[in-house]
Design a protein around this ligand. Structure first.
Ligand code: NAD
Length: 357
């Protein structure tokens, strides 16, 4: 066995159905007596219900979280934190809402309780991506990571199936890259394989029956495992490409992950045959890249970047940016192969292995 370093994160996780009822007690554990509840405009009603549930421990609601954590929004929320004398944050929503809680925690050191309602996984990471003047920058620090995460399957029952599909593929991407990360370790690899396995079981079952609580529980459990992977080890080409494409062409986050993942798997597979075998095994597929592509297809997810707003002329630019400040990757980055990978993803074609490692 190779030598490794494993660092566990001090996050308290409460998981189940109906767990939201424990929210007031979780706030008490953290000595939060005046919480500001955060959510997005479409989830305002859910946020208000959360505030009601908190009773005297709820100080107010900020339903203004948006994608990519713009600093103007954070500054607006900061004013409310100060005006209310808030001593804690409760985020109810997906990665966008969690991002706002993290940005506020970074500025105030207030404790955070996150209640995730998508599978993005941000709640398990010490990473914050913020946007200033249209430019997104990412930073990482232990203080950004939430103290407590309450996963309640009931709150995910309203997640539209199309969003659940791509959000689930986004989660799987964290686990795939964890299996071949430079700093991979056996514990995180166990979580990664199990995360892919339960998501590959839950997501199709959910598409067949939208109100299948067991399927939704599988997906949420998988999202926790995959988010833990993202927060524990470094990511590679897949995440770099998604950041580049999302930032440059303003593409939707989860859809971009879902489209790119099979193609990066095909590119990296020759360099990481063990990781590819584990991904395939978790998917119950003969081949990792094809298995990911078929999973996305069976979930009705969009398969081409052209279908989510990327112009054809962008292929060259994306290849250029992706190679300018690359992340570490298990396979050396070859410009023409990366360009070909993006072109295939743009057209929605099946992934194709490029020989050599
Ligand atoms: P999101 O949070 O923007 O949610 C998408 C939409 O779905 C929103 O309108 C939201 O209100 C709605 N929604 C969420 N849950 C719902 C539910 N249960 N029922 C009905 N509607 C619901 O999308 P996301 O994909 O979860 O997060 C994307 C953002 O998170 C991006 O900005 C991305 O960069 C960030 N992210 C950060 C990290 C990290 O570690 N820092 C990790 C993953 C994602």
């Amino acid at each position: 066995m190779d030598a490794f370093v494993y660092q566990s994160a001090p996050v308290r996780v409460v998981f189940g159905a109906g767990t939201i009822a424990q929210l007031p007690a979780e706030l008490e554990r953290l000595s939060i007596s005046r919480a500001l509840v955060l959510t997005t405009p479409p989830q305002e009603r859910q946020g208000r219900e959360m505030l009601d549930l908190l009773g005297a421990r709820g100080a107010g609601l900020f339903p203004g979280a948006v994608m990519h954590t713009p600093v103007e929004v954070t500054e607006g929320a900061m004013k409310q934190v100060i005006a209310l004398g808030a001593d804690g944050l409760v985020a109810v929503g997906g990665g966008s809402t969690t991002g706002l809680a993290k940005a506020l925690a970074l500025r105030t050191d207030l404790p955070q309780v996150v209640v995730p309602t998508t599978y993005a996984g941000s709640e398990m990471t010490p990473i914050l991506g913020e946007t200033r003047d249209g430019l997104k920058t990412t930073q990482s620090s232990p203080g950004i990571r939430p103290e407590t995460v309450v996963y309640d399957v009931d709150l995910t029952m309203t997640l539209p199936l199309a969003l659940a599909a791509t959000s689930g593929m986004n989660a799987i991407a964290h686990a795939v890259e964890a299996l071949y990360a430079r700093d991979k370790n056996p514990i995180i690899s166990l979580m990664a394989e199990e995360g892919i396995r339960v998501l590959a079981r839950g997501l199709p079952a959910m598409q067949r029956r939208g109100n299948d609580r067991d399927a939704r529980a599988d997906a949420l459990y998988g999202a926790w495992l995959c988010g833990t992977c993202l927060g524990a080890v470094g990511m590679a080409l897949h995440h770099k490409l998604c950041h580049t494409l999302g930032g440059t062409f303003d593409l939707p986050h989860a859809e971009t992950h879902s489209i790119i993942l099979p193609h990066v798997m095909a590119y990296n597979a020759p360099a990481v045959p063990d990781a590819a075998a584990r991904v395939a095994r978790a998917l119950g597929a003969a081949d990792a890249a094809d298995g990911l592509y078929q999973l996305a297809r069976s979930l009705g997810a969009k398969l081409g970047l052209k279908d989510i707003g990327m112009p054809r002329e962008g292929i060259e630019k994306a290849a250029y940016i992706a190679l300018t400040t690359p992340y570490w990757n298990p396979r050396q980055l070859d410009r023409s192969a990366i360009r070909e990978l993006i072109a295939r993803a743009w057209a929605g074609e099946p992934p194709q292995e490029t020989p050599g490692a």
